[in-house]
Design a protein. Structure first.
Lengths: 353, 353
């Protein structure tokens, strides 16, 4: 049996649950070790049932291992679930409270017999997903490698007159030829004052001389994501930009240097945030320092001042301090970090910053 | 005041609600007439509060009209919502039961005073969104136009040896230069037997001679989407493919011919489904005939055998019959339809099929 399903079996025992109903596509992808969409999974002591609709059943049969029984959803997922629960004599099942809408919960409650207990669970699979295995690290490393190449490619085509969306077009084409499945999220190309919006929507604006360009991008390699940011400058760098850039860069480096297993996420956030605040730019760094990356671009752990849990081996996350001066410009420098038994590895380390 | 908000005011009165809490990004985009992300909206008699985090406040200030008060989320959205409810003396609010997780609902319930009644609502904004105005139709038409051009471009580069992902790369680049913000969804390029999976994940497979290639793609133009499918053939067409193609094409045409205002969606679905079944391929057409398109690629109305509501003026939807022969190939022909007072308009009509 697949070791991830084995872990769920352990959790079922621990939580005295008969079965676990999984509704998050990413969690299902993780447990089935495949790319899953529009599906549901029921893991019980007796086996795994993979529910999907007619668009995917044939594909699923080719991809999933023998331990998954594929069932076509006919009427509604909850009708199918009710039948499976009856067949397996389940008396209580855990469900993912963060991945089921209030409406879906109501429907589920209505379709299942009253005697069946529904137990809200939280982050069961997400917690497992934090510890990446060698295979996952290899895919993420590949995703980061493609992104690093894409930044080098982007740097070559940046010039006054080209539009933000055109830069995105060229880079997106490039990553596909490098073997990426697609971009991990809409590529952000933010020029001039647009860079002061941390999550700018890439626009038709033309790049201009004597302005910065912030690029935030990642790719999907066999389901695993990357996420990196670099900020470039076209033409003559202004003293304010130079100063802000140096502060962000040092915050990025200090945070990375202070990383080690068992360090708390909040400590790392504080290092970068304290440094930026110490230089008078604290109010211009509004977002958290980083986030986990894996099957999702944003997943556990969060690297924020509120997260005091210690960082553990196998974690993959970003370190991305930024300073955003409204109406002027923004600078963000985002790296990706592997925390392993051997120490800190920076797969994006070869990319200039 | 913006007419969409006015309609919500009417609904509030009708449903005896003090306010409406909107958590769907697409519904917020619709009501604010902007592209909205990571935000929430509270519409009450007294005004609209737009909640977002520090990454977006500056951008929102530049984009939203004066009728929206922008509030930065500090701790959690539900803490901010509680303060707003108190400030405005609200005694009951509607929320979107399909767009709030069970976990979020629990949090909301906990943060808000017990005396405040929470009323689940469904499809309030989605129903309004079905009737597109001239401005929306113009954007969708532009999105369809870019997609039509992209199909013509794609047809030129299809040849044995090119990989599915490379076709996607070239087409994605092309649409950005045509003014699209991005692809509306992961472009599907499905060659040979891959075309028998209705929602194939575009792969590294090389196109081969004497095989079909199915391309399903759409673009995002200023937030509005398109969605079209064409199936091509490289080389010598087999008699089975020719037969299947002709049946799908005729099903597509018959369905479109039977469209008119007040027709039921289920009737249209039946026309295409009956025709395909009549030729013995009924079991190979598993999905519904079509779906609405607008701010989302899939939105109301559904064109399925289960939807007996009449089609009304202003609706935009797809007609996309398909036949998928497992392990062999699939054919789908998808057009987009505008249903207007003047009749049926097919913005993708100029594209060969």
């Amino acid at each position: 049996m697949n070791p991830r399903i084995k872990k769920i079996h352990g959790l079922l025992k621990e939580k005295k649950l008969d079965a676990f109903f999984v509704s998050s596509a990413h969690n299902i992808s993780y447990l089935t070790e495949s790319i899953s969409r529009d599906s549901f999974l029921l893991v019980s002591k007796d086996g795994c049932v993979y529910f999907t609709d007619s668009r995917y059943t044939a594909e699923a049969r080719g991809v999933l291992g023998r331990s998954f029984k594929i069932e076509k959803i006919v009427d509604s997922i909850f009708r199918s679930l009710a039948l499976a629960c009856k067949r397996e004599n389940l008396t209580n099942i855990g469900f993912e409270e963060a991945h089921l809408s209030y409406a879906a919960f109501k429907k589920m409650r209505k379709e299942l017999p009253e005697s069946l207990r529904l137990v809200p669970t939280r982050d069961l699979v997400e917690t497992l997903r934090q510890k990446k295995n060698a295979n996952e690290l290899a895919r993420i490393k590949k995703a980061v490698g493609i992104t690093v190449a894409a930044f080098r490619y982007a740097e070559k085509i940046l010039k006054p007159g080209i539009r933000e969306l055109e830069v995105a077009a060229e880079v997106e084409r490039f990553i596909r030829y490098q073997g990426a499945l697609c971009a991990a999220f809409d590529i952000i190309v933010a020029s001039g004052p647009n860079s002061s919006y941390p999550h700018h929507i890439t626009s038709h604006r033309k790049l201009r001389n004597n302005e910065p360009v912030l690029i935030d991008m990642g790719v999907d390699y066999e389901g695993y994501k990357s996420d990196l940011t670099r900020t470039f400058f076209l033409g003559r760098i202004t003293p304010l930009y130079r100063r802000v850039y140096a502060i962000v860069l040092q915050a990025n480096q200090l945070a990375i240097e202070s990383l080690k297993i068992r360090a708390r996420a909040s400590e790392i956030d504080n290092v970068a945030r304290g440094f930026i605040a110490g230089h008078g730019f604290g109010e211009f760094f509004g977002h958290t320092l980083g986030h986990g990356v894996g099957l999702e671009v944003h997943e556990a752990p969060r690297i924020s001042g509120k997260d005091s849990a210690p960082l553990t081996s196998g974690m993959v996350f970003t370190i991305e301090p930024g300073i955003y001066l409204p109406g002027k410009f923004g600078v963000r420098i985002e790296d990706m970090i592997f925390l392993t038994e051997k120490g800190v590895e920076i797969p994006s380390g070869s990319l200039d910053k």
